[in-house]
Design a protein around this ligand. Structure first.
Ligand SMILES: N[C@@H](CCC(=O)N[C@@H](CS)C(=O)NCC(=O)O)C(=O)O
Length: 233
């Protein structure tokens, strides 16, 4: 099976959650946006079946929404837990992570994606303060607790092996440390930090991180580093 990923070529964004799954599993995939440019992604969206990228296409179907794509790929890529109950929990946590990612994005775009950050810096400052003090600790505590309370052990968040969700948590933790380094130093997430380390050392991920396929975080993406939105120290 060959997979085609449609995602914007210049940011890790939500496409990165999908890339990490492909790279960890070592499967063949075509990164259409990076090979053919943003126009090819726009063209896919204009066909009308999907509202927004990332979109993954095979010869048989095309699928959008990160959590939905990963729930699908978890089976063929062998990044799933073994029981149905754990699979439901995986999807539940992946959807919660999608909520978290949307809130992270909304910190720098509190009035919607169309308004330039530079035009709403003061509003973004207010949004960032609330995010850093309320939502960031609440979401991190939830995922940290999920990890420590996994009855199958604390190496992985669901079940006893690596899943798509562990790879996604890696990306979110790395993104948060890029965007809010000061605020993140105040958070206590020992188990999530161990998880990030464990994921970074998986053979497929390590090779990917060292390759030119891996895009660096930047200020056009979801995780943006604006010092004025971070904790002042
Ligand atoms: N809930 C969707 C969000 C998709 C999304 O917002 N995609 C962004 C890029 S990360 C986009 O290009 N959105 C265009 C739009 O919302 O019009 C998912 O998880 O896939």
């Amino acid at each position: 099976m060959t997979y085609a990923l449609y995602y914007w070529p210049t940011i890790p964004g939500r496409g990165e959650f999908i890339r990490l799954a492909f790279e960890d599993a070592g499967v063949d995939y075509v990164d259409v946006g990076r090979q053919r440019g943003a126009a090819a992604v726009a063209e896919m969206i204009n066909r009308g079946a999907h509202f927004a990228p990332p979109i993954v296409e095979t010869a048989l179907e095309s699928v959008s929404q990160v959590a939905n794509i990963l729930a699908w790929l978890a089976y063929p890529l062998d990044l799933r837990p073994s029981s149905d109950r754990d699979f439901r929990r995986l999807v539940q946590l992946q959807l919660t992570l999608a909520d978290f990612v949307a809130e992270i994005h909304n910190v720098h775009h509190p009035l919607g994606p169309e308004i330039y950050y530079e035009d709403i810096v003061d509003t973004a400052r207010q949004a960032a303060r609330a995010f850093r003090h309320e939502r960031l600790p609440a979401f991190l505590a939830y995922f940290e607790r999920s990890l420590t309370e996994n009855p199958m052990g604390h190496d992985w968040i669901v079940g006893d092996g690596c899943t798509t969700l562990d790879l996604s948590l890696f990306q979110v933790m790395r993104g948060l440390r890029y965007a809010f380094p000061n605020a993140m130093r105040l958070m206590t997430t020992p188990w999530l930090d161990e998880l990030v380390h464990r994921v970074a050392h998986r053979p497929g991920i390590r090779a990917y991180l060292d390759s030119d396929r891996r895009l660096a975080f930047n200020n056009d993406g979801i995780f943006r580093h604006y010092p004025e939105l971070d904790e002042q120290v």
